[in-house]
Design a protein around this ligand. Sequence first.
Ligand SMILES: [Zn+2]
Length: 482
Amino acid sequence: MTGSYLIKGATVVSVDPAIGIVNNCDVLIKEGFIAAVGPDIAALPDSTIIDGTDAIVSPGFVDTHRHTWQTQLRTITADYVLSDYFVNIRNIWGSCYTAQDAYIGNYCGALESVDNGITFLIDHSHIMNSPEHADAAVRGLKNANIRAIFCYGLYENPFWEGSCIDRELGEKNPNWRREDAKRIKKTYFASNQPTDLIRFGFAPAEIERGTIEQAVDEVEFGRSLNSAIITGHVAMGKYDRGVHLIRHFQERNMLGPDLLLSHCASLQDDELVAAGKNGVSFSSTPDTELQMGMGHPIAFKARKYGCCASIGIDITSNNPADMFQQMRLLIQAQRHLENESHDGPRASITQRCAEVLEMATMGGAEAVGLKDVIGSITPGKRADLLITRCDSTRLTPVHDPVAALVLYANGSDIDSVFVDGKLLKSGGRLVGVDWPKVRGELRDSARAIMERSTKAPRERIEKAALAVMKGLREKEEPKIKL
Ligand SMILES: [Zn+2]
């Protein structure tokens, strides 16, 4: 549903310093834009009026690191470290996805996001088992009406008997994904402008697992396609092999604002300085980083170096697409770290809830090159926003709306979600989605993936995958061909 909407009498947490937090405030949405923010705004003749009493209007959350296809694998990695994840998810279950599974994973992953107030996501999509998978993944995002950058991933899921990999194509042309990335860009993303709902981005295979020359080559290729964003996993704490990609890129003058690097906990000070100077952004994923040994989230530290910090959900095989959860985890982990490193008790807390809310909204918008388009409740921006009702037992009463969002709310408190002025969730329900039917298809798809995975030659896969984890930089280490 598009059109005009007038939200009346809400508490607006704008995340725009010029507007701030305004009580008893109206928000007018018109033709996909936020048209006005303030008291007593007059309705347009065709405005649908939404009562904002005891509700918070805030910008939609911006998820800057997600592998959206993994929706069918929910709960599987709960007790994993990163190497378990790499072996099982990236080398077994990933190879079990048909194109239709990729569609359902992306569609349902985007629906889950919208349901939980995430209005934008970076889809770091490494599920290209065939060209049809790429089409299906794009279609899944499009059909959910979410705002996104689809980052075409070069990563090659391994073939084994019973997997869903197009082996013939791989043998004929090992570089088929590059050709296919060009095709996808041309087919779906000809304009690729900031205001387009879905844009094209690029994800090198595994940017720190190959040689520097490979990383340079892949990033240059991504740039040759006019990718909106190029994203990759970097400096992953205990798994960091001392590659120092940022130093190498700086020497080659390759750092720039199109680079969005995820994790990055083990970056050195000089790398943070270089990133800050060159507009490189970071995505911290608190759940997976804290659990899997990827180091302490870099977000707060990165901001001290003038870098843009944002937050990602990463994988719903591990945690839900819930930005409330990630904000909470990020700020409390940081407070803990600084409390522990202080000599005696601290006199006050230095990390404020507003800071982490900013990372989850404006920080994300800046990280993905959309700071003038989304990220705050500002007239002239596209209307990506949520209405959180403060009626539940956990949200009555609210004295501090920022704390309510960061430390109390969850997805079930979200009444309405707008993306590009379109109402995608209303009255606590997704609009135009037959969820019981979709849920049935999702369950069927998950069952079939599990069934296929039983055929995987687990031992061989594990050996090859762990060799890749250790790094391909040692010359004769194996390619993950099985
Ligand atoms: Zn990732």
